[in-house]
Design a protein around this ligand. Structure first.
Ligand code: MG
Length: 301
């Protein structure tokens, strides 16, 4: 057994322990090498229209587009655009709805839940892996850490069931402390998903993701974070970390992705890694350069 094999098996055992052994189904698939499946939000892609941007995403070798919350209400139309471009839809990056579901103001909660359901329905139409949800950004709730977690366990299980009925999931996004005091690490998100899903485990409607930008501040190991996410992992955001130029295209600052990608390979991750970042320079030149950089980092992992 070489060094890499040793770490692979040790990591999978660790992940299995962390998630109660339910990693097995995923680890079985690790016999087939996972591949880097790229997706992108529209913002960093040059083009005067959505179809123009989608054509670029496809030309540059990505498999999917990540939509914003504005897709709700026009999901059929966007689905056709993606189909016409030969792209899949990775996720809807939806957000926190001003933290309403976790607000101390009880009257705000149901309208938030109703809107989240509309986003889930749109994700179902688009064929998305899930809807990204943030319980609360800093300043959006007066509940404390313990209370927000309790609140998530009150309403998310039913939302998860609703998502499964639409062939999609809710994806919890951990953020760095500059943006959110609650839910900052991938392992924490995976534990909330576990508690919400009960016996369904990773097959339940609540899942987690990792964003390399936020992880740069909050995680001691990108590889370790993804292993902790294990079979609950459903999405990844790609961006450089806090070093200048901050939160920019992968490859434009000193952030490296080999360690994190190694973790994704170890858990047999088969979902998307999607650009959510700024661009320093000409998008036409820099985005393809970043894609080549990431493919090389994946090779090295
Ligand atoms: Mg993100």
């Amino acid at each position: 057994m070489n060094r890499r094999d040793f770490f692979s098996s040790a990591a999978l055992l660790g992940a299995a322990a962390a998630v109660g052994g339910s990693v097995k189904a995923e680890s079985d698939s690790s016999a087939c090498p996972t591949k880097l499946r790229l997706s992108s939000q529209l913002g960093i892609i040059p083009g005067d229209s959505i179809p123009e941007k989608l054509a670029k995403i496809k030309d540059w070798g990505c498999e999917a587009v990540e939509w914003g919350g504005d897709v709700v209400g026009c999901a059929e139309e966007r689905r056709k655009m993606a189909d016409d471009a030969g792209l899949l839809s990775s996720v809807i990056c939806w957000g926190s709805h001003n933290g309403d579901m976790c607000s101390e103001d009880v009257s705000k909660r149901q309208p938030g839940i109703d809107d989240l359901k509309r986003a889930i329905e749109a994700a179902g139409i688009l064929g998305c892996v899930g809807v990204i949800y943030v319980p609360a950004f800093n300043g959006q709730t007066k509940l404390n850490n313990f209370e927000i977690r309790q609140r998530c366990l009150e309403f998310l299980p039913e939302m998860g069931q609703f998502a499964l009925a639409h062939n999609t999931k809710i994806i919890l996004e951990p953020l760095c402390r500059m943006e959110a005091f609650f839910l900052r690490q991938v392992a924490d998100g995976a534990a909330i998903a576990r508690d919400c899903n009960g016996e369904a485990g990773p097959d339940g409607g609540i899942s987690v993701m990792g964003d390399f930008y936020h992880m740069d501040t909050e995680e001691t190991s990108q590889m370790g974070a993804f292993i902790c996410g294990g079979p609950y992992m459903r999405h990844v955001h790609l961006a450089g970390g806090v070093a200048a130029p901050r939160r920019t295209l992968p490859g434009q600052n000193c952030t490296r992705f080999v360690d994190g990608f190694r973790g994704l390979k170890m858990i047999g991750y088969k979902y998307f890694c999607s650009f959510e970042c700024g661009v320093d320079g000409d998008k036409m030149v820099e985005v393809p350069k970043s894609i080549a950089f990431l493919r090389d980092q994946w090779e090295q992992a």
